[in-house]
Design a protein around this ligand. Structure first.
Ligand code: NIG
Ligand code: FE
Length: 428
């Protein structure tokens, strides 16, 4: 974190804050449920002209008549008349720790090469692996911290970050240590995911590498307590459903919670493997068969869609409507990474969801709040504005939540509040 940012934080921080008279509050309330699905995903819990009081980092009171004790309280007060308050956004799928630059690959793609062709010639994930192995921990930390700070400016108050550009024990641990350090030094919550099974390194056979994941990486990472989740890239030419299942079974033995990259290019049984291993989310889902959708129906596994990847790689968009119609809870995330989605702007992801996944505005908002929280298993604590929950919220400079999507490509966010502290204020 830059010193300037830190001193700015100290200047504006307060654990108690009173947000007064917000024109609209979008609560995304879940009333004890972990997520919203089907028709319920369109319910955002809009209330008008309400105030919110956060004390010691938690939402203590929400109401439309300010009790005099609160009015007199000597706390930071923010007048939100004519503004809209939402829960902090949650980006539940990112690869924001990386070094190097793949702008040249991007150019090649624009000129006609495909993502898969570039990967075949040693580009793609392996290109970033080379840069990450060479980078020091401090270099990675500085690059990643800047990216998280930028995410915060778009309204992200909780973020997940994956390893997966190390592909050997030392480098995977280096990445996870960086992610854990981000969580320490930044004002947002950063959730670490071990993604050793992201690709196969050049210097080992597939079996050798899977053994390294199973018997070196997982035990060491668990012992050092470096990850909460375990992920894999289940895809043709990457990890098969059987290999994914083997890796997840070992992960769960060490208390890591599975989430899975699957169905990005082909349907190869990843969803079924993920469900068998109790995955909290299945992510991507650009290519879905009727069997895959049926498998997810009625389950509590979150479908985390990443429309930024479809946009950036020019591949099909996930069948969001079909998922929602089948009552599958849908979350949205940026998938911020240097190869397939080079953007941390979650508001852009939301815009793509509305325009190209054909999700409505309300479904989209729930997908980056309560359902995204469920994709990280933390919807009891964050993802909605309800008393008792963590005081993570956003104040937009608009009287109508629909403006956030209607007025596209423009950041109307004014304040970002995390645990009752103003951690960011955008100049308007
Ligand atoms: O989520 N699909 C696999 N992994 C990333 C891409 C990573 C990269 O190209 O560097 C993704 O799209
Ligand atoms: Fe990803």
């Amino acid at each position: 974190m830059s010193l300037l940012f830190k001193s700015f934080l100290n200047y504006i921080c307060s654990m108690n804050v009173l947000i007064e008279n917000a024109k609209q509050v979008i609560t995304c309330h879940s009333r004890g449920r972990k997520f919203k699905s089907g028709k319920n995903q369109s319910e955002i819990g809009l209330i008008n002209n309400h105030s919110i009081y956060i004390e010691n980092g938690r939402i203590k009171w929400i109401g439309n008549k300010l009790p005099s004790v609160l009015r007199k309280k000597n706390v930071l007060k923010i007048n939100a008349g004519n503004k809209t308050v939402l829960p902090g956004f949650i980006d539940s799928h990112t690869h924001l720790v990386f070094a190097g630059n793949r702008a040249d690959e991007y150019s090649m793609r624009i000129n006609g090469s495909t993502y898969e062709q570039i990967a075949k010639t040693g580009g793609g994930i392996l290109n970033t692996v080379e840069a990450v192995r060479k980078a020091s921990k401090n270099e990675l930390l500085e690059l990643a911290a800047k990216r998280v700070e930028s995410s915060i400016g778009f309204g992200v108050t909780t973020i997940e970050a994956k390893s997966g550009y190390g592909l050997d024990t030392v480098s995977e641990i280096k990445m996870l240590e960086v992610i854990n350090e981000l969580n320490q030094i930044l004002p947002v919550d950063v959730y670490p995911t071990f993604l050793g099974a992201h690709a196969f390194p050049k210097d080992k056979t597939k079996d050798e590498y899977i053994d390294e994941i199973l018997y070196e990486m997982i035990p060491q990472i668990a012992k050092k307590n470096l990850a909460i989740f375990i992920d894999a890239f289940c895809e043709r030419k990457y990890f098969s459903a059987a290999q994914t299942e083997k890796i997840f079974r070992q992960g769960t033995k060490f208390s890591l919670i599975p989430k899975l990259h699957t169905n990005q290019f082909y349907s190869v049984g990843g969803i079924q493997a993920a469900l068998k291993c109790g995955a909290v989310s299945v992510d991507h889902l650009e290519v879905m068969t009727a069997r895959d959708i049926k498998a997810l129906k009625g389950k509590s596994t979150i479908a985390c869609l990443l429309p930024g990847v479809s946009y950036f790689l020019d591949i099909p968009y996930a069948p969001a409507r079909m998922l929602i119609e089948n009552k599958v809870p849908v979350a949205l995330a940026t998938d911020f990474n240097p190869g397939s989605a080079m953007s941390e702007n979650i508001q852009f992801t939301m815009s793509l969801a509305v325009q190209l996944l054909r999700m409505n505005v309300e479904e989209t908002i729930n997908a980056v709040t309560i359902n995204a929280a469920a994709a990280l298993g933390v919807s009891h604590n964050v993802g909605s504005i309800e008393t008792g929950k963590q005081g993570d919220l956003l104040i937009f400079d608009t009287p109508n939540y629909k403006d956030i999507l209607y007025h596209f490509g423009v950041n109307q966010l004014e304040y970002v509040i995390k645990k009752g502290e103003v951690i960011h204020k955008n100049p308007l």
